[in-house]
Design a protein around this ligand. Structure first.
Ligand SMILES: Nc1ncnc2c1ncn2[C@@H]1O[C@H](COP(=O)(O)OP(=O)(O)O)[C@@H](O)[C@H]1O
Ligand SMILES: O=P(O)(O)OC[C@H](O)CO
Length: 496
């Protein structure tokens, strides 16, 4: 007994990790799965492949750790957020591929709703923007396009969920249909003020209430796994979206503390304490987590293309073999030579929210080489993050004193140095980079009382490396100004 299991279900891979009660990693496994792009702007996952890879990872991680399922005190789940699954309650079969958070197919629907004047009211109720990113229009799309789905939903035969709900449903043998307030707060259906599904929004998006999961605390036992699934009944004691989990794993427990995760996208979350703070600069207000200490909120900046920009250089352009190779290629030149890349491949997220922006490479000359493009790609990841921090400042947040970082691309030293230079604040990379899994573990461990409270966890956080800003302010300002000009040129491209 005493071990904790974290399920980290991300956009490009499923992972599982086993930790001991000291928060030390004992075993891990990771499996990638297919990304499907059936039409321009569409991104789908096979929900059953997600489930299969996730369960295989759990079994592999347990073997790696030399731990049996009956030795687990609890498990916690961190998941890619907003991705939408609709399934049959009888048998648990997904009715269609999961519509992934990056999918833009409902852009025109969002435009129509905006034209009807919905955006401000939606922002007030949910803290979110009217954008295809979130689950509501994806779910409505499924109900509208799958024959008979709406009738079946009205009859209570179907269930909707984000990936946390989908996993818990199957882990519990179809007994639990739940989500946590953090995941619920990414759907455009959850009211931040009443802390419940919003009947008016359900009506507006035409979502039958019988589809929805029950909202349970992020920290606390909500049920247990069916013994047939993992070989033992394991308490499910932590649930969070992966960015919320990473914020917890980075021990950002005090208001004003922030982390940025460089995964497929980039997600900057700042803890704002016990009350939702509305943004005037198109950041998102979101639930961070809930539990015995109440509900905590965050301001979030979501950028759609972070590490995925590097994947594009690798897979589409073939400029590098492995993602990590971008560092040497970008370091082969002193600067980007005036090249600016705007990776608006799936539109622009915060703070621009333009579903019709598209990617651009600007400032090319006869002297431009692969190194300049690689460097422009790293700068683009960092500059998108600068835009988020600037928006937080305009929202009245206290200036950041440091930024804690994690995610696959945070392993890139050059990217982290560029980030510190362009932000003008120190970037702190922790020893434990798997903060998402660690966060899910912390939530589950608190849920079953292994740790008394977050303070015990804050003491475990240790820095590995600090990247200090060293770029002169005038150079930084010139780079940022050129970036702003480039961003403006990409907006609205697709609809023109
Ligand atoms: N050394 C590196 N430099 C830059 N990007 C990297 C590096 N290593 C991985 N990446 C990028 O990080 C992403 C993977 O990070 P990860 O946190 O596993 O993502 P996710 O949880 O979204 O699946 C990929 O998009 C990959 O291109
Ligand atoms: O899977 P990640 O780490 O790219 O995170 C995806 C986010 O949760 C989407 O909002």
């Amino acid at each position: 007994m005493g071990y904790l299991l974290a399920l980290d279900q991300g956009t490009t891979s499923s992972r599982a990790m086993v930790f001991d009660a000291d928060g030390c990693l004992r075993g891990a496994a990771q499996l990638g799965f297919a990304q499907h792009y059936p039409q321009p702007g569409w991104v789908e996952h096979d929900a059953h492949e997600i489930l299969r890879t996730q369960l295989d990872c759990v079994r592999m991680a347990l073997v790696d750790a030399g731990v049996r399922a009956d030795e687990l005190a609890a498990l916690g789940i961190a998941n890619q957020r907003e991705t939408t699954v609709l399934w049959e309650r009888a048998g648990g079969r997904a009715l269609a591929p999961a519509i992934v958070w990056q999918d833009r197919r409902t852009a025109a629907v969002c435009d129509r709703l905006r034209a009807q004047g919905w955006a401000d009211d939606l922002r007030e109720r949910t803290g979110l923007e009217l954008d295809p990113y979130f689950s509501a229009t994806k779910l409505a799309w499924l109900l509208d396009h799958l024959p008979g789905a709406r009738d079946r939903a009205e009859r209570g035969e179907l269930a909707f969920g984000t990936i946390d709900s989908w996993l818990v449903w199957h882990l519990s043998g179809g007994r639990l249909h739940v989500t946590d307030p953090g995941n619920a707060s990414r759907t455009l259906l959850y009211n931040l003020h009443t802390r419940d599904w919003d009947p008016l929004l359900l009506e507006r998006f035409r979502i039958p209430p019988r589809l929805l999961p029950a909202v349970v605390d992020s920290i606390g036992v909500c049920g247990e796994t069916d013994p047939g699934v993992l070989g033992a009944a394991v308490p499910i004691a932590g649930l969070a979206g992966d960015q919320q989990a990473a914020t917890f794993g980075q021990a950002c427990f005090a208001p004003g503390m922030a982390k940025n995760t460089y995964g497929t996208g980039c997600f900057l979350l700042m803890n704002t304490g016990g009350a939702p703070v509305a943004s005037r600069n198109r950041l998102l207000t979101t639930v961070a987590w809930s539990g015995p200490g109440g509900t905590r909120y965050a301001l979030e900046g979501s950028v759609f293309m972070g590490g995925a920009t590097v994947q594009w250089l690798r897979d589409a352009l073939g400029l590098i073999k492995r993602a990590a190779d971008i560092e040497a290629l970008a370091a082969s030149v002193a600067d980007s030579g005036g090249v600016v890349m705007v990776p608006a491949f799936t539109g622009l997220g915060a703070p621009h929210w333009d579903a019709y922006a598209r990617g651009a490479l600007l400032g090319l000359t006869r002297g431009t080489g692969a190194g300049h493009i690689a460097r422009a790609a790293l700068e683009a990841i960092a500059l998108q993050t600068v835009d988020l921090v600037e928006a937080m400042k305009r929202d009245g947040a206290a200036p950041l004193s440091e930024l804690r970082v994690d995610g696959g691309a945070a392993a890139n030293d050059l990217l982290m140095q560029i980030q510190a230079d362009l932000l003008g604040v120190p970037v702190l990379r922790p020893r434990m980079l798997e903060t998402t899994a660690l966060g899910a573990t912390f939530l589950a461990g608190l849920g079953v009382g292994i740790w008394p409270g977050p303070d015990a966890l804050a003491a475990q956080w240790q820095v590995d490396r600090v990247f200090s800003p060293s770029l002169p302010a005038d150079v930084r300002e010139a780079v940022c100004a050129r970036w702003q000009r480039a961003i403006e040129r990409t907006k609205g491209w697709e609809s023109q």
